[in-house]
Write a protein that binds this ligand. Structure first.
Ligand code: NAD
Length: 509
């Protein structure tokens, strides 16, 4: 591993290029560290609770103007945002790699995802359709209309520091909402860069867009809590751990605010006797080791049929032993660093607990260059487990893949679903009965269920999210936009009588 790139200097140059003012990330109290080298790369100024309240009041004012701008015109702003993102892709992708530790192609891929959701949202801005519904009353018309909702609060996690914002922001903006974003305290610089990019689009868009349509609030979880509790935030879309969701969900419920909760996953794959093992091997390797195991959709549990176990697992172990771990800014590495020491400690604790449950560990050791002990690179770990127990039942946000044997399909489906999270899942099989059963009502209980594709790497066109302790929220494509709008059912009487529904009569005089 080499630190030949001067991370600090490059960050400064990228922020300048992306149009982030120097005083926004120097001299402040909140330090951003690069997982690449472990060094401080920015010192941002945290906002106070009072600043947060003022920003939300201002965003609410912006909403009142923005909701009156026709939706296709709102789409034009998002089209311009997509253009600005295309122009900034290389720089923003690099900044994501520096601040979140992603390998180069994944940093760029994350920005591509932002561009894709902008394209999707532009089309959507002309397709915010409501239904016309048959009415039982003569001379009446019934319909649904979709109206802007209000201020949308976005809370995001470190591991998708920019894409998650864009999934929410692009939809919210075409829906006619204003946005307030509290990014992860681990990745605030990329958030400033996103706002600077949106500011460029806003400058080109012109005066239809009110001031304070989008605000970034730099701060810790307490700023998130202030946002969650503010009565003028109509919807909070919160991405992060299940622990966070457990705090945010009830607070929002208390004031009847809307919530999109995108929380932790404990995703599994099943490899059946008929599986294409070459394909499965590649999908498992990317799903389990990609992004250093720090995706919500990372493959964490693998059930392999005992008839193919000895063909697949030794090959997988070999892949684990040979995978290149190192500086993500250098193109050869496939696995970058863990985000910080806490992530490394969590991984080691889970591996120790797995051993207690009878697990046999391949990999998992720290990779450290002499004198460079402030970054946390680690060999991904494959753990053969006698059964699903202990740490296998929980999400450890690190590259650990627990591998288990199975012999009975019904039993493995039950095991598959026997965890608290319900985000992503996949099956590798060429047997149509197994594939269809996995996708059926009594199959995988996850929000994402795939056949012959790994658990991670979703496209923006589908609704993204999961069940159970993953929170139940849906973002991104399909009809996820409906959460960002207010539905009104309208009935118009164009007759000269007043028939009541269900034949009720109420004749006065
Ligand atoms: P985290 O829960 O520590 O933090 C996420 C965000 O929530 C941060 O911005 C944090 O400041 C904020 N926050 C924490 N407590 C809060 C509170 N009480 N009130 C308001 N805001 C609060 O998560 P992380 O370590 O940044 O990210 C990793 C976790 O996120 C993993 O569990 C991963 O599975 C999950 N994740 C889920 C998805 C998804 O779409 N389901 C996507 C990415 C990450």
């Amino acid at each position: 591993m080499s630190n030949s790139v001067d991370v600090k200097q490059e960050t400064a140059a990228l922020l300048d290029k992306l149009g982030v003012a120097r005083d926004a990330w120097t001299g402040g109290d909140m330090v951003s560290y690069s997982p690449v080298s472990g060094e401080a790369i920015g010192q941002l100024k945290s906002v106070s609770a009072a600043d947060t309240n003022a920003a939300i009041d201002a965003a609410h004012e912006a909403f009142q103007a923005w909701r009156l701008v026709p939706a296709p015109r709102r789409g034009e702003l998002v089209r311009l945002l997509g253009e600005e993102l295309r122009a900034a892709k290389a720089d923003l992708g690099r900044l994501v790699s520096i601040e979140a530790g992603k390998i180069t192609s994944e940093g760029l891929g994350e920005v591509q995802e932002m561009i894709d959701i902008c394209d999707f949202a532009v089309g959507l801005s002309r397709q915010l359709y409501g239904l016309t519904i048959a009415t039982e009353r003569p001379g009446h018309r019934m319909m649904e209309t979709w109206h802007p909702l209000g201020v949308v609060g976005i809370i995001s996690a470190f591991n998708f520091p920019v894409a998650v914002w864009s999934w929410n922001a692009a939809l919210a903006l075409v829906a006619g909402d204003s946005i307030v974003w509290k990014p992860s305290e681990k990745t605030p610089l990329t958030a400033l860069a996103c706002q600077a990019i949106l500011d460029k689009a806003l400058a080109r868009f012109g005066s239809d867009a009110p001031a304070n349509l989008s605000t970034v609030l730099i701060g810790d979880r307490f700023i998130g809590e202030a946002m969650v509790d503010h009565p003028k935030v109509a919807l909070v879309s919160a991405t992060g751990s299940t622990r966070m969701g457990r705090e945010v969900g009830p607070r929002l419920a208390k004031r009847f605010a809307r919530a999109i909760l995108e929380l932790g996953g404990n995703n599994a794959g099943i490899v059946c006797p008929s599986a294409d093992l070459d394909m499965a091997l590649r999908a498992i390797a990317f799903g389990a080791m990609g992004t250093a195991g720090q995706r919500c959709t990372t493959l964490r549990r693998l059930f392999v049929h005992d008839s193919v176990y000895d063909q697949l697992v030794p090959r997988l172990k070999k892949a684990y032993e040979s995978v290149s771990v190192g500086n993500p800014l250098e193109t050869s590495a496939l696995v970058g660093p863990l985000v910080d020491k806490a992530a490394f400690d969590g991984m080691q604790a889970a591996l120790a607990a797995a051993k207690v449950e009878g697990g046999t560990v391949t990999g998992g050791a720290r990779v450290v260059e002499a004198g460079k002990d402030t970054a946390f690179y680690v060999k991904p770990a494959l753990v053969e487990m006698p059964k699903q127990a202990g740490p296998v039942l929980e999400e450890t946000f690190a590259p650990i893949l627990y591998v288990m044997k199975y012999s009975d399909f019904d039993a493995v489906l039950e095991e598959h679903n026997a965890v608290a999270a319900g985000l992503s899942s996949s099956i590798f099989t060429l047997n149509v009965q197994e594939a269809e059963r996995f996708l059926a009502a009594d199959g995988s209980d996850c929000g994402i269920a795939n056949v012959n594709i790994g658990t991670s790497g979703a496209e923006i066109g589908g609704a993204f999210g999961g069940e159970k302790e993953t929170g139940g929220g849906r973002e991104s494509g399909s009809d996820a936009w409906k959460a960002y709008m207010r539905r009104a059912t309208n009935t118009v009487n164009y007759s000269k009588a007043l028939p009541l529904a269900q034949g009720v009569s109420f004749d006065i005089e």
